[in-house]
Design a protein around this ligand. Structure first.
Ligand SMILES: Nc1ncnc2c1ncn2[C@@H]1O[C@H](COP(=O)(O)OP(=O)(O)O)[C@@H](O)[C@H]1O
Ligand SMILES: [Mg+2]
Length: 290
């Protein structure tokens, strides 16, 4: 299978001042993250809040630079792209953010928001494209003239999706796209993402803290815990034979694990084809169990 994306040994730390502005505190948001995504698949990243999911998404799109590591897109190294190549990369990739209340400019009409990511200069043609995009996300053309405050959460997320697909990207990262929506709307947005995939042949990286949603939407999944992938595999493997203690806890919060049975190893170990597990972050796991 062809890899559309490969990321190798990504590290990223942030340094922030403590609340008195005196001491500097270093957060290792991503410790040493490597994985690949096959063309056409839905790849899930699951992890609790603060595990580094959004940082990873921004690094993949090169909106944030990693401290270390490499990113390959269709076998080309993104980290070494010229300005021109980077522009092309920006068109081939898109992101849908978690919060449609924050991600849309409140002063822009829907038409302007979507137009911004269309390169076509001719206004009439551009308008036609906007209308087509609105139709693709299930909204009629009258929405063009509305402002974000005149839209519901679900409608806003549809606009964010229209904006994301406007440059005809081959890879879209959806960063918790339904986390801020009512449960009844969540399903509609997931179905819309699936329909668009069939229509446009998009590869998705789908980020969520909800393994049930990932299992419904994705082919493979990486489990991110405190900036490290602790397990990666097909959703079937992860759901049926979870191997890392954290994965087991994620799937079943009531579970108790005797951590003494485990040995410490820092590498991801392949336990069956496509299924990798890390066995090094156990002291942290112990804290969760207590
Ligand atoms: N711009 C930033 N400055 C300082 N710390 C950050 C920044 N972005 C993220 N972090 C920290 O990095 C860690 C991972 O954050 P994030 O990637 O947003 O996690 P998630 O999306 O899984 O909730 C958190 O500890 C967060 O506070
Ligand atoms: Mg996040």
């Amino acid at each position: 299978m062809k890899k559309i994306l490969e990321i190798k040994n990504i590290k990223k730390s942030f340094i922030v001042k403590d609340r008195f502005g005196l001491k500097e505190i270093k957060t290792e948001a991503l410790k040493d993250v490597s994985f690949h995504v096959y063309q056409g698949e839905n790849f899930g990243i699951v992890g609790e809040s603060g595990s580094g999911k959004t940082t990873l998404a921004k690094i993949i799109l090169y909106l944030v630079k990693p401290d270390k590591g490499k990113i390959f897109f269709n076998d080309e190294e993104v980290t070494g792209f010229s300005q021109k190549k980077m522009l092309e990369y920006r068109k081939s990739t898109s992101i849908i953010f978690q919060n449609p209340y924050k991600s849309l400019n409140p002063r822009f009409t829907v038409e302007k928001t979507i137009s911004e990511s269309i390169s076509e200069k001719n206004k009439t043609i551009r308008n036609k494209i906007v209308e087509k995009l609105l139709e693709q996300v299930g909204l009629d053309t009258s929405y063009q003239h509305r402002f974000p405050h005149q839209l519901s959460g679900g409608e806003r997320q549809r606009i964010a999706i229209a904006r994301a697909i406007a440059p005809q990207p081959s890879l879209i990262i959806a960063d918790e796209p339904t986390a801020n929506l009512d449960a009844s709307i969540q399903g509609q947005i997931i179905n819309l993402l699936m329909d668009i995939k069939t229509e446009l042949g998009i590869t998705y990286i789908f980020i969520s803290h909800d393994m049930k949603l990932i299992n419904y939407f994705c082919d493979r999944v990486a489990i991110l815990y405190k900036g490290e992938i602790v397990e990666i595999g097909t959703c079937e493997q992860i759901v049926n034979t979870p191997s890392h203690p954290y994965t087991k806890i994620l799937l079943n919060p009531d579970i108790k694990i005797d951590i003494k049975e485990n040995i410490n190893e820092s590498e991801l170990i392949e336990i069956e084809p496509e299924h990798f597990v890390r066995k090094n972050s156990l002291p942290e796991i112990e804290n969760i169990i207590k």
